[in-house]
Design a protein around this ligand. Sequence first.
Ligand SMILES: Nc1ncnc2c1ncn2[C@@H]1O[C@H](COP(=O)(O)OP(=O)(O)OP(=O)(O)O)[C@@H](O)[C@H]1O
Ligand SMILES: [Mg+2]
Length: 256
Amino acid sequence: MALKELDRPLRRAVGLADPDRDAKAWPYRIPAVRTLLDAGLDFGRATVLVGENGSGKSTIVEALAEAYGLNPEGGSTGARFSTRRTESSLANDLLLTRGAGAARGGYFLRAETMHGLFSYLEQHPGGPEPVFHARSHGEAFQDILTNRLLFRGRPRPGLYLMDEPESALSFTSSLKVLAFLVDMVAEPGVQLIVATHSPVLSALPGATILQLSDAGIERRDWADLDLVVNERYFLGDPQRFLRHLDVQEPKRKKEA
Ligand SMILES: Nc1ncnc2c1ncn2[C@@H]1O[C@H](COP(=O)(O)OP(=O)(O)OP(=O)(O)O)[C@@H](O)[C@H]1O
Ligand SMILES: [Mg+2]
């Protein structure tokens, strides 16, 4: 039998019909969550989620992880440590369409709870990693990426969800992670969904970029992203930005 190309693990997510859902309650009041529930989202081999703080990236990534069967606090399908539950119940509202014959495994890399995940992994060693807490934050993060996500040097087929994998990483390390993600997505049956504020990681070749905002969720080209346009503007002339901030500050004080 000819080897069929492995399908992607997650083809689509959409909201289950629920007439009792309270649109004013969290997390349903978040515009991006409403787009996900009402219109649904289709996922290709690589998807990048961007948007301002509080636009709903983590809420959505956590719900996708949980609905898929990954620990919403981070880790693989097997990792079940728990600290304090802060996730919404959004996972229960989602209907996922999985790829026919696709892998069911995966990994959720979540910057916010890496400390808890490191502790869990130290107590449940499954690989040759060094002691995570003895590494710098950025080093430990890179260890997770390169050791935990790979099996004999290659990622297993599955869904890899990442929430701000760039946090704690230097520019050079972010570039390394970008190169790592490029290699990952080239593997058969591997699918990536990455929430990020990084202009570097959001440049992942071939990824669909979705920008979350008050308008919901919209597809965008990398060069038109707010985070790219604003950072380019800032780097072009930081003083112009700072002068602007100076002008605003006394005004606000006067109004107060
Ligand atoms: N447990 C919670 N209860 C109520 N509201 C919450 C809870 N967790 C998050 N929120 C709110 O939901 C909104 C979306 O938060 P979310 O963490 O998904 O944003 P984000 O896009 O990931 O932001 P960031 O870029 O800062 O990580 C925010 O307004 C946040 O304050
Ligand atoms: Mg977040």
